[in-house]
Design a protein around this ligand. Structure first.
Ligand SMILES: C[S@@+](CC[C@H](N)C(=O)[O-])C[C@H]1O[C@@H](n2cnc3c(N)ncnc32)[C@H](O)[C@@H]1O
Length: 258
């Protein structure tokens, strides 16, 4: 079993698969729209995305007129982000760095989206909060999302999170299967298999991964942020609707630098 808190090599190894399934999905559109609305509400001009991956939020927000800097720890994800920027003739320089230590400047807002903080241990996330604090202007805001531990533990919700997807890249068909289990410390372990089939060849297992994510309740997050220099100003669901205890699957938290 992989020790939780190690930066997953998965993102480097399978970044191309990640990109196939990430292209313009409903989930991605809803997420980006919510982030954009929040940034506008708080009159943000400059944004640091510390876990930009292949650039989902970065490109969306650039198109909406925000000044965005993107950074990530994974070379594989950044390679795709740079390729996309080049293809679309977008001038942006991505930085490579760890959200716990990177110093990228001072911004009105910092974001880490799509469960990115789940890759860290609780201590690692506290360290990241203190570092994000250093990258923000006075009164700046930090926006992030994470799966709601209370949702995942409730009833058979974890079974609803099992996933099967189909995608393609050129003449290669890709099928992804994923299921997860959760332990008493709130660590979600997800098992993923990618099958690929090239043209008429026999399908094969191209990759098998185990990813762990540390999950939190909305209350856990409030307490941790308060200890690390932030005050939570709002929590909602990923579509911007009201946060609802065990019913909300992904918690979006907006915290202000104290
Ligand atoms: C699920 S992806 C989300 C990427 C992007 N925000 C999106 O919505 O498409 C999580 C990202 O977090 C990055 N990541 C994980 N640990 C990190 C760390 N300690 N510092 C910076 N990035 C990290 C991974 O490399 C990956 O690109």
């Amino acid at each position: 079993m992989m020790k939780h808190g190690k930066i997953p090599v998965w993102y480097d190894k399978d970044s191309e698969f990640e990109e196939i399934f990430h292209k313009d999905t409903t989930n991605e559109r809803i997420t980006n729209r919510t982030i954009e609305k929040i940034l506008k509400k708080y009159k943000v001009k400059t944004v640091l995305d510390l876990t930009c991956g292949t650039g989902s939020q970065v490109f969306h927000l650039l198109k909406r007129g925000f000044k965005v800097t993107g950074s990530d720890i994974s070379k594989g994800m950044l390679k795709i982000a740079n390729r996309k920027a080049k293809q679309d003739k977008i001038k942006i320089r991505f930085l490579r760095g760890d959200m716990r230590t990177i110093q990228a400047g001072k911004f009105d807002a910092a974001i880490t989206i799509f469960n990115a903080i789940g890759h860290l241990t609780k201590a690692g996330f506290s360290k990241a909060m203190r570092n994000i604090h250093r990258n923000l202007n006075e009164g700046g805001i930090y926006i992030f999302d994470i799966l709601n531990l209370n949702y995942v533990l409730d009833k058979d919700n974890i079974m609803k999170m099992s996933m099967e997807r189909m995608g393609s890249s050129g003449n290669i068909k890709v099928r992804e299967l994923q299921h997860s289990i959760i332990d008493n410390d709130g660590i979600l372990t997800s098992y993923t298999i990618f099958y690929t089939q090239k043209a008429k060849k026999t399908p094969k297992v191209s990759s098998k991964n185990i990813i762990t994510l540390q999950l939190y309740t909305a209350e856990d997050l409030k307490k941790m942020l308060a200890k690390n220099g932030f005050k939570v100003i709002h929590q909602c669901a990923i579509d911007g609707s009201k946060f609802n205890g065990k019913k909300t699957e992904r918690i979006v938290t907006i915290a202000k630098k104290k």
